[in-house]
Structures are given as C-alpha cells and as structure tokens.
Design a protein around this ligand. Structure first.
Ligand code: 5CA
Ligand code: ZN
Length: 419
C-alpha cells in the first residue's frame, strides 16, 4: 500500500526525556519503549467515511508518541494497516451501490491527503488486508494445524465448490491469558462482541467469543485463494496480528487505536499473537472517543465532521490539529464550532508572537513542552507552555535574538504544528 509523504521533522537542540504512557491493559504508567529502537503498530482505517475527526484525533495522538520518541533519540519503526476488505466496507458499498474496491481506493487516498495536511508522520510499513491475504491464509492454516483453531460448518449455498471446508475460528479457551488486554468478564464481553462485529450466536462455535480467522466464500462476496482453507477472506483481528508481526516481529512495544478497539479487536489480535508464539504488544494505548452532538462520532451513526470537508471550507489544517491537541488523548470530548474557533484564535496569537526577530528566552518553553509530552503525551500542558511564551512575547517582548525561530521549530518537531 502506498503511504503518504512524511513531513520534515526539524532538528532542535537538546533531547527529550524517556516517554511514559498509560498502559490501558494494566492501568499503570510505563516506559513506552526502552530503546534504542521503538516499535509501534496503530490500527489503520476501514476505508469508508474517512477521515472524520475521531480518526484524526487518534492518528494525531500516536503521531505525538512518534515525535516524542524521535526527540528522545530512538529509532522508530511505525507500522499500520488499511482494512480494505471487511463486512462494514462491503455493506456500505452494497448500500450505496458503489464498487467496494473503488470505495476503498478512493477513501484510502482521501485519508492519505488528510494525514498529509494534518502533518502526521507516515508509517514505515503500511499494508492493506487484501495484499496480505496469502500470509494471513498460511498463518490461519498453521493455527489449524496446531489445534488452536477449528472449522465451523457452513450454511447452505456457502463455500463455492468446497462447501465441506468450513469457516475457521480461533479457540480462545486454548489461551490461558485471554482477557489480558481488556480485563472484562465473560458476560460483559459477549454483549460487546455482538455490538462490535462479532457473532456470538453462530451455531457450531466452541465459545460464543471465538472470533473468525477465515470466512469462506459467500455468493456476492469477494474471495481469494486460501490454499487448504478454501477460497475466502480473512477475519479482522488476524489481519492486524499478521501485519504487525510481519512489520515489527512477534513482540513489539506499543499497539494503539481508539478505545472502541480494546475489545474485541486488541484482545483478539493479542490472543492470536500469543497463539503464534509471540507476545504482541508490550504496551496497549487507547485514545478517547471524539463525539458530535452527544454521541460518539461514528460511521455507523453518520454524525461525522470530515477533515476533507473542513479543508474544503478553507479551514487551516493546523487549526484542526491544534483543536485536537487541546484535548488529552485519553479524554472523551465533543467537537463543536467553539473548539475550532478557539484553535484558530490560538494559532493566530502564536503566529503573531513568532513574527518578530526576538522574544522571551525559549529554552524553558521547549523544556516544558518536552516534559509535558514525556508525561503521557500531555498535549494540553504543552499548548499552555507555548501560550505562556506567546503571551510574554506579546506583552513584555523579550530580547533573545532568534527565540521565535527556536520555539517555532520546536512546535513543528514535537507537536507537528507549523506556524
Ligand atoms: N480498521 C479498523 C482497525 S484495524 C478500524 O477500526 N477502522 S476505523 O476506520 O473504524 O477506525 C480507525 C481508527 O479510528 C481506530 O483506531 C478507531 O478506534 C478510531 N476511531 C474511530 N472513531 C473514533 C472516534 N469517534 N474518536 C476517536 N477515535 C476513533
Ligand atoms: Zn487493527
């Protein structure tokens, strides 16, 4: 999958400290990566209705982590995926009468444009589900061989010319550590599983929570050769397990996404990683949900504000980024016009403050921004530090020559805000 061009990260004097983040699996503050390298997997989009502000907020949050790691001198490997075939994408294409591949291609391209304008560093490995199908099929076959997965008989009409080969499901009871990510009890999880794309009532499953690894061909659905599995397409969770493993190895530092992915997606993809003999992510990070009009902003509800629509209206993408950064990444918050207006005013104040040659001493401001980011990516505190510098610059001025350039480069490198 072609990625977007990464923005340039200016080099700034000094070095940031070790980055600590809240591990949502344990609820504790942990070192995000021990170094000297850092590995990050962030779940990518399912390409329809992209890019709404909830998506933007999630990718900007992990972009802060990426930038803080670079500033601390770590060598970062960032991987992500595009779920370019899955039930919700096919359902949307069918409902709107468009070709599913065209929908996925158009929305993936739009997402890349949005990420570019928002100044998000591109992943180093960026893989679509479709292009990864051969590896996923081999992996699922290996889980069947190991007795960690099983076949479920198909309904009448499914399975093409090999209806005897069923769908394949993972056996979660075989995993003693199942539950390590979300920490929910079994009954809570069954309800969530049904709500978030799972099929607890499918006859023939050993446990209602067992997730699909391979779905055999169905009339009207796309399918690909699956070798011993029979033609079909991959399940969602195994897609991320395989792509993360291919890019980063069987164990890596951080897996991230929005909080709606904690269960089932990250619970299941981590369980699959263990079934394959790895550990998956050492740290799990989840962003809060951005809402609109009192509800989570979501494609299924249709209450969306799209980044591309704001761009079309002439809104500066840096104001959108600043509006997102005014909220801590773990916070749930609501998008409304005031949030954008405040960010636009702030951006104008900052631009004004860096327009001269001199200003207040920048060093303590850069140090405060670095410290805020190292402490669980506290972007709002970083913005307040810059506000303090900008206020001082406007009210009392300052005589440090080149100070505006220093703070502007630090904002660009650390927060991705280009003034
Ligand atoms: N393709 C899968 C992940 S493998 C997927 O969840 N795609 S998505 O397009 O539905 O979401 C992409 C990312 O945006 C996910 O990390 C999701 O948790 C996050 N996200 C979706 N809605 C919101 C929201 N309202 N607020 C914050 N993040 C959100
Ligand atoms: Zn994922």
């Amino acid at each position: 999958m072609r990625t977007w061009p990464s923005p340039h990260v200016p080099s700034i004097p000094g070095r940031g400290g070790e980055v600590k983040v809240l591990d949502s699996a344990t609820g504790t503050l942990v070192t995000a990566a021990e170094g000297p390298s850092a590995t990050l997997y962030v779940c990518g989009i399912t390409p329809y209705d992209a890019t709404h502000l909830g998506h933007a907020a999630t990718y900007i949050a992990f972009d802060l982590l990426h930038r803080a790691w670079l500033d601390a001198g770590l060598e970062v490997h960032y991987a992500s995926n595009v779920t370019d075939v899955d039930d919700p994408l096919l359902e949307r294409a069918a409902a709107t009468g468009v070709d599913w591949e065209q929908l996925a291609a158009d929305q993936t391209a739009l997402f890349a444009e949005d990420m570019t304008t928002l100044g998000v560093l591109a992943p180093h490995t960026y893989l679509g589900a479709v292009e990864t199908i051969p590896t996923i099929a081999t992996t699922v076959a290996s889980l069947l061989d190991a007795g960690l997965a099983y076949r479920v008989p198909l309904e009448e009409g499914a399975g093409g010319d090999r209806p005897d080969l069923g769908d394949v499901y993972a056996d979660i009871q075989a995993d003693p550590h199942f539950g390590s990510v979300a920490g929910l009890d079994h009954d809570e999880t069954v309800a969530l599983f049904a709500e978030r794309g799972g099929d607890p009532d499918r006859p023939g499953k050993r446990d209602p929570l067992d997730p699909a690894l391979w779905r055999r061909e169905r009339p009207g659905e796309p399918s690909w050769p699956g070798g011993v599995l029979g033609d079909g397409r991959p399940g969602w969770h195994i897609e991320c397990t395989v792509i993360a493993e291919q890019a980063l190895g069987t164990s890596f530092d951080v897996q991230g996404g929005g909080r709606d992915l904690v269960f089932p997606h990250h619970e299941m993809s981590t369980a699959h990683a263990r079934a394959l003999g790895g550990a998956g992510a050492r740290v799990h990070m989840h962003t809060g949900m951005v809402g609109l009009g009192g509800e989570k902003m979501s494609k299924s509800l249709g209450n969306l504000v799209l980044v591309s629509e704001l761009r079309r209206q002439g809104v500066d993408p840096m104001a959108v980024r600043l509006a997102v950064l005014a909220h801590h990444y773990r916070e749930d918050w609501t998008w409304h016009d005031d949030v954008l207006a405040e960010a636009q005013a702030r951006l104008a104040r900052w631009r004004d403050a860096v327009s001269g040659n001199g200003g207040p001493d920048p060093d303590s401001t850069v140090a405060a921004i670095r410290a805020a980011l190292a402490a669980d990516l506290d972007a709002p505190a970083a913005l307040r530090a810059m506000d303090t510098w900008a206020d001082a610059s406007s009210s009392v001025g300052g005589d440090v020559e080149g100070a505006p350039g220093v703070v502007a480069r630090a904002l660009d490198a650390l927060l991705g805000i280009r003034l």
